[in-house]
Design a protein around this ligand. Structure first.
Ligand SMILES: Nc1ncnc2c1ncn2[C@@H]1O[C@H](COP(=O)(O)OP(=O)(O)OP(=O)(O)O)[C@@H](O)[C@H]1O
Ligand code: NI
Length: 458
């Protein structure tokens, strides 16, 4: 990317993510996540280079139509992608919870890399000599001045020795001689396997699926399943676990919890089952809860109750939530920040109010017009057609065939995220050739084109 484009062009190495971080930074940062399924027929790029942050205590919504890659994103964070699927090299999902970093550095010290050592061993000339990357792409003229963290964020994790093959790597900031003294660092969760992965999944990060029956075992009582989770993740057993299981069921609003703890999943209604699954998730005291359409199968009243419950849990336990749904109404209700996905890509990202008040991407506008009452003249319009399977590299706008605003170049140039915020707003981006809107379209297209070429060299 040319230096003069840095103002409005952002991407995996862009300055905005860092700027948006709270003083303590995000809990999770996802950079250039690419997850593909290698089927006999084709390679499906289900998630194709997405980047976003999740701050502590924040609810981040992921919205998009069926097939846009929401669930694959969630499964990638959970380490649940199975063959023929794979999280591709160059992807990075960093978990920055400081307690987790300390615990992992302590328990898995052999796999922990000190960022100070990494800085010392990092040779920018080697990186820029052996890959197609250019310092200009990062906004610098001189290789040595490109910060290591930008290089990692741009997906060059293998090249700088941060990750290698499937080995997991935990990074600490080099300031500490004992785990308790560690002040920063992260766990590269896209490379976890074995025991560290087990500790992360269901320990630090828990997931609630659309169908509660996928998480509940029909042959055990609900109480026993919660107790198993308490034993595994917190080492609580016996009477104490029985008590805690009932308390958890009570906390998620199950009436008569002390009796119902001994019932089986089939004795629970759909809404109560989902509450039980949430109780199971909470049993491991997660810092992050991933909810994949948790209310889609429930009727509207129950749906509202579960959403209230999640809000209450977030408030009282200070968890971060990644909330996936295709329903813009639900997104409006639960999210602090929203990422709109289309065919494997994030096409718009903004705080919830600006997204709804001033949507920029034609796809987001289309989704909003499909909500009952969302259209000015009261008509319900839906976007015609459906999400294409992303089975080839994105060298054009994947939404163009359905886009009311599409022009010729949309079929030839891949749009990159462009800053579109109004005054007072932070970090609103849209990937659309219509932006930036304050320059002639030809100039806007040229910027996308240039930025795009820089990205493709990777
Ligand atoms: N196991 C798999 N094998 C092959 N392709 C897959 C697999 N899982 C997902 N995909 C493909 O990845 C793409 C994204 O799927 P994903 O389930 O993430 O969509 P989604 O946004 O969650 O949709 P929905 O709202 O229907 O749940 C789709 O094209 C899907 O067909
Ligand atoms: Ni899904």
């Amino acid at each position: 990317m040319a230096i003069d484009d840095r103002e409005d062009a952002v991407g995996s190495s862009g300055p905005t993510a860092a700027a948006r971080s709270s003083a303590d930074g995000p809990l999770i940062d996802v950079r250039n996540l690419q997850t593909a399924f290698f089927t006999e027929k084709e390679t499906i790029r289900a998630v194709d280079g997405i980047s976003f942050d999740i701050d502590p205590g924040e609810t981040v919504g992921i919205v998009g139509e069926s097939g846009s890659g929401k669930s694959v994103t969630a499964r990638s964070l959970m380490g649940l992608i199975e063959s023929p699927g794979r999280v591709l090299r160059g992807s990075s999902i960093r978990y920055r919870g400081i307690e987790a970093v300390r615990a992992f550095a302590d328990e898995f010290s052999k796999r922990t890399v000190d960022i100070a050592d990494l800085e010392a061993a990092y040779d920018p000339d080697e990186l820029f000599g052996s890959t197609a990357a250019t310092p200009e792409e990062f906004g610098y003229a001189d290789p040595a001045s490109v910060p290591l963290v930008d290089v990692a964020a741009a997906g060059y994790t293998d090249e700088i020795g941060l990750t290698s093959g499937t080995e997991c790597v935990f990074v600490t900031d080099g300031s500490a001689s004992t785990p308790e003294e560690i002040r920063g660092g992260f766990i590269e969760i896209s490379r976890l396997s074995g025991e560290p992965q087990r500790k992360m999944r269901g320990g630090r990060i828990a997931m609630v699926f659309q169908d509660p029956l996928t998480s509940l075992n029909p042959v055990y009582t609900v109480g026993n399943q919660i107790k198993e989770s308490l034993r595994q993740h917190q080492g609580i057993r016996g009477k104490e676990a029985t008590q805690e299981a009932a308390d958890l069921l009570e906390a998620v609003g199950i009436p008569d919890a002390r009796r119902r703890v001994d019932e089986y999943p089939h004795q629970f209604s759909g809404g109560m089952r989902q509450r039980a699954v949430i109780a199971m998730a909470l049993a491991c005291e997660p810092e992050m809860l991933i909810c994949d359409e948790p209310t889609t199968a429930l009727d509207v009243t129950i749906q509202a109750q579960i959403l209230d419950l999640l809000a209450e849990i977030q408030e009282s336990r200070d968890v971060s939530i990644m909330f996936i749904t295709h329903d813009m109404g639900v997104i409006a209700e639960v999210s602090d920040r929203v990422n709109v996905m289309y065919a494997g890509e994030i096409v718009e990202s903004a705080d919830v109010i600006p997204l709804f008040e001033d949507p920029k991407h034609p796809y987001t506008r289309g989704l909003l017009e499909s909500i009952p009452g969302g259209n000015v003249d009261g008509k319900l319009s839906t976007i015609e057609g459906s999400v294409p399977t992303p089975n080839e590299p994105a060298t054009y706008c994947r939404f163009a065939p359905r886009c009311p605003k599409a022009f010729d170049e949309c079929h030839e140039v891949h749009p990159v995220p462009i800053r579109v915020e109004s005054e007072g707003e932070s970090d609103h981006t849209a990937s659309c050739l219509l932006y930036p809107s304050d320059v002639p379209t030809a100039e806007a297209v040229a910027r996308h084109s240039r930025r795009n070429q820089a990205g493709e060299e990777k």
